[in-house]
Design a protein around this ligand. Structure first.
Ligand code: PRP
Length: 216
C-alpha cells in the first residue's frame, strides 16, 4: 500500500458531488474532478497528497477492504449489502433515504403470515436478513440490478426490497411502502490497516469532515 497519498473511493453519482463539496469545506479540493466531460478515473491533488477515484457504489467497500482505497464514501445500503471488513466511522447525514419492503397495497396481507412469497431486490442480503431474522419468513429472493419497481407490476415478485427517497417512483407505479427496514444515509468507511498506519491524517480528516457537517 502506498502511504504517500490518502486515497478516497467515491460511489459514482449524487453522493460523489456532495462528498467533494464537503471536502472543499475542509480545504481539500480536486479541480480535475470538476470537469464533467473527463473520462479520467483517478484524480490527484499533489500538494495535499490526496487521491480520489470514482467507482460503482457496490465496489467501494471492496476497494476499501483490500486497501486500494484508504477511505470510502458510500451509502449505508451498500455497506450493509456488501458486509465487508471495514470500519464505518462517520454518518454524513446526506443521501438520506429508507430501505423498505414495497409493493401493491394488497400485498400487505402476504407479509402477515408465514407463507411462501417472492421478493425482488438489488439487495438480496438485506432482504434475506430482514425476512429470515426479523420476520421469520423464508421467501424466495430474486436478485435484480435496477428498476426494481417493475417486478411486482409484471408479476415477477409479490413485493420488493428497495430504497425509497421521495416515494415518487412508487407512487407513479401504483406501489406503496409496506414496511420500513432501516433508514439510510451516506457514510465514511476506512480500511482497517490504514486506520492504524495513517492514523493521524485519517483521524484529522474525519474530525474535520464532522466539524464541517456540524457547521452547516
Ligand atoms: C432508486 C431506487 C428507487 C428510486 C427511489 O433507483 O431503486 O427506484 O431510486 O427514489 P424515489 O423514492 O425518490 O422515487 P435509482 O434511480 O438509483 O435506479 P435503479 O432503479 O436503476 O436502481
Amino acid at each position: 500500500m502506498d502511504h504517500t497519498y490518502i486515497t478516497v473511493a467515491l460511489g459514482k453519482g449524487r453522493l460523489a458531488k456532495q462528498s467533494m463539496e464537503l471536502f472543499g469545506k475542509v480545504g481539500i479540493h480536486c479541480e480535475e474532478m470538476e470537469d464533467k466531460n473527463t473520462r479520467k478515473l483517478i484524480f490527484t491533488n499533489e500538494e495535499q497528497k490526496m487521491r480520489f477515484f470514482l467507482a460503482k457504489s457496490p465496489d467501494v467497500p471492496t476497494y476499501v477492504e483490500y486497501g486500494a482505497a484508504d477511505i470510502g464514501i458510500v451509502g449505508e445500503d451498500t455497506i450493509l449489502e456488501e458486509a465487508r471488513n471495514i470500519y464505518e466511522v462517520l454518518d454524513l447525514g446526506f443521501g438520506k433515504c429508507r430501505m423498505c419492503v414495497c409493493g401493491p397495497a394488497e400485498a400487505k396481507e402476504l407479509l402477515l403470515h408465514q407463507q411462501q412469497i417472492r421478493v425482488a431486490s438489488k439487495y438480496p442480503r438485506i432482504a434475506k436478513d430482514y425476512f429470515y431474522n426479523v420476520k421469520h419468513q423464508t421467501p424466495e429472493i430474486i436478485k435484480l440490478n435496477g428498476s426494481i419497481e417493475l417486478a411486482p407490476i409484471v408479476g415477477l415478485s409479490d413485493v420488493i426490497v428497495d430504497i425509497v427517497e421521495t416515494g415518487s417512483t412508487l407512487k407513479e407505479n401504483g406501489l406503496c411502502v409496506l414496511e420500513e427496514i432501516v433508514p439510510l444515509s451516506a457514510r465514511v468507511v476506512v480500511n482497517q490497516v490504514s486506520m492504524k498506519m495513517q492514523n493521524e491524517r485519517i483521524t484529522w480528516l474525519i474530525r474535520a469532515l464532522n466539524e464541517a457537517l456540524n457547521e452547516e
